[in-house]
Design a protein around this ligand. Structure first.
Ligand code: CMC
Length: 429
């Protein structure tokens, strides 16, 4: 907090309005406009471009400098030296765990990986060709019908159990949604495996043979989860907070977050990138697609480029690009046609005046799709994998909100509809 104040002078109003200004530990100051409603006025900020909706201590982003910190630790250091579950601990509890705390945390997550047997039958209600994100919206929301013992959100213990259940069960449900789509039996989790290995085992294993999991691919998978773990107040996290602000249970809130993530402007972009590369089809057609992306009359956008906050580079994309190189080398993929298109597209866009001027750089989803495809993950599962990784961020923000003082989220509007008018009976219209 600071002693600084902003003064708002409004035409037709005698006295100026004084608004307090708060300073965080990093980042721009914020003007507290909460008192404006008492003066009969709201602020107007579609897309929340200039609006801080909450106070948070979890993640900090400086989009101009390409900085992303989780609890103060830079994302590249975490990606290099930490692992996904340790980063989950950090996001949830605010500090890196000691060795004993880490072991206990990992053990607890492993103890929660199985889902209620009844959930298996729940899947049968879906069509085999259902999009896995559609299934995830349904089954994650349905968890609230299975775990009645952890729904008292005012109890710290219940919130912790719900967090463990969600982090542990998301890979199981994600793999089940894939197995269901290809008609293979669901795989039970193997709790002797690491988080990422277990996910690959449930995705690609079958009950007839032991799973063989490449350590390089498991490491890449873990890094993908880690790089998606949190990203402060993005659309899906804000959705989770808004749903949670009404007192809804955590499983329902996370299902709301999954729905918000699904769109191609957000988590759905990784799937859209691959579809776009397939549509381009050949390096010779890149110029045509770049021209379309620049054409104001064409709704087409280069998927995997641009970001609301990053106007320099996406620090996650930098790490993801290195991981992509490792995975492709491990798998001996050097001449993949889609990869060739991606590389050339990146080169052209990075040197094109339109993209330079608008500060449109490749984002995390541009490279994650390439890695996931190389690992053999079907395109329709890309956004599901984003959801698995992001679950801890959603839960950490939900927990931070519920643990502090909060009010139900209730944005206001600039109304431009009809003024009051009288009802016209049917025979007079
Ligand atoms: N291709 C072509 N033009 C673009 C693109 C793009 N990918 N992204 C933005 N622009 C243009 C846009 O047309 C606008 O031009 P003008 O000022 O002439 O009207 C300008 O750049 C600013 O764009 P905006 O839509 O106002 O920016 P935004 O902050 O509202 O949108 C975005 C950010 C990520 C939704 C957008 O860049 C986009 O649609 N990118 C493609 C989808 C994508 O890759 N999304 C994944 C984001 S990273 C993963 C995550 O965290 O969710």
């Amino acid at each position: 907090m600071s002693d600084k104040k902003a003064t708002l002078k409004i035409d037709g109003m005698d006295a100026a309005i004084e608004l307090p200004i708060y300073s965080g530990t990093l980042g721009p100051d914020v003007v507290d406009v909460g008192s404006l409603t008492g003066k009969g006025m709201f602020t107007y900020d579609p897309g929340f471009v200039s609006t801080a909706a909450c106070e948070s201590q979890i993640t900090y982003i400086d989009g101009g400098q390409g900085v992303l910190l989780h609890r103060g630790y830079p994302i590249d250091q975490l990606a290099e030296q930490s692992d996904y579950l340790e980063t989950c601990f950090l996001l949830l509890y605010g500090e890196l765990p000691t060795r004993a705390e880490k072991e206990e945390f990992v053990r607890t997550v492993h103890n929660h990986t199985m889902v209620h047997e009844q959930i298996r039958t729940f899947f049968n209600g879906f069509r085999r060709d259902a999009h896995p994100m559609a299934i995830m919206c349904g089954v994650v929301g349905a968890l609230s019908a299975f775990y009645h013992d952890s729904l008292e959100i005012s109890e710290e213990r219940d919130r912790q159990v719900a967090a463990f259940r969600l982090i542990a069960k998301m890979p199981t449900l994600a793999a089940m949604s894939y197995k269901f789509s290809i008609g293979q039996p669901f795989m039970y989790p193997d709790n002797t495996l690491s988080y990422a290995e277990n996910f690959l085992h449930m995705m690609f294993g079958n009950p007839c043979e032991p799973s063989t999991i490449s350590p390089v691919l498991a490491k890449a998978m873990d890094r993908i989860f880690l790089l998606h773990a949190d990203h402060e107040q993005n659309a899906s996290t804000s959705t989770v907070r808004l749903a949670g602000s009404s007192g809804a249970n955590p499983f329902a809130c996370i299902a709301a977050g999954i729905a918000a993530l699904w769109g191609p402007s957000h988590g759905g972009a990784n799937e859209a990138v691959l579809k776009m590369l397939e549509e381009i089809g050949d390096v010779s057609r890149i110029d045509e697609f770049v021209a379309r992306a620049k054409d104001k009359d064409d709704p087409f956008r280069l998927m995997g480029f641009g970001h609301r906050v990053y106007k320099n580079f996406d620090p996650r994309a930098k790490v993801m690009k290195e991981a992509a190189d490792d995975v492709l080398a491990e798998l001996g993929i050097e001449n993949d046609p889609l990869l060739a298109i991606a590389k050339r597209l990146e080169e052209i866009a990075l040197h094109d005046e339109y993209f330079i001027e608008k500060k449109l750089y490749p984002n995390v989803d541009f490279y994650s799709g390439i890695i996931l495809k190389a690992i053999g993950i079907p395109t329709s599962m890309f956004t599901v994998i984003f959801a698995v990784g992001r679950t801890v961020g959603w839960i950490a923000h939900w927990h931070e909100m519920i643990s502090g003082s909060y009010r139900i989220g209730r944005p206001r509007q600039l109304y431009t509809g009809h003024q009051q008018r009288d009802y016209v009976p049917l025979d007079k219209r």
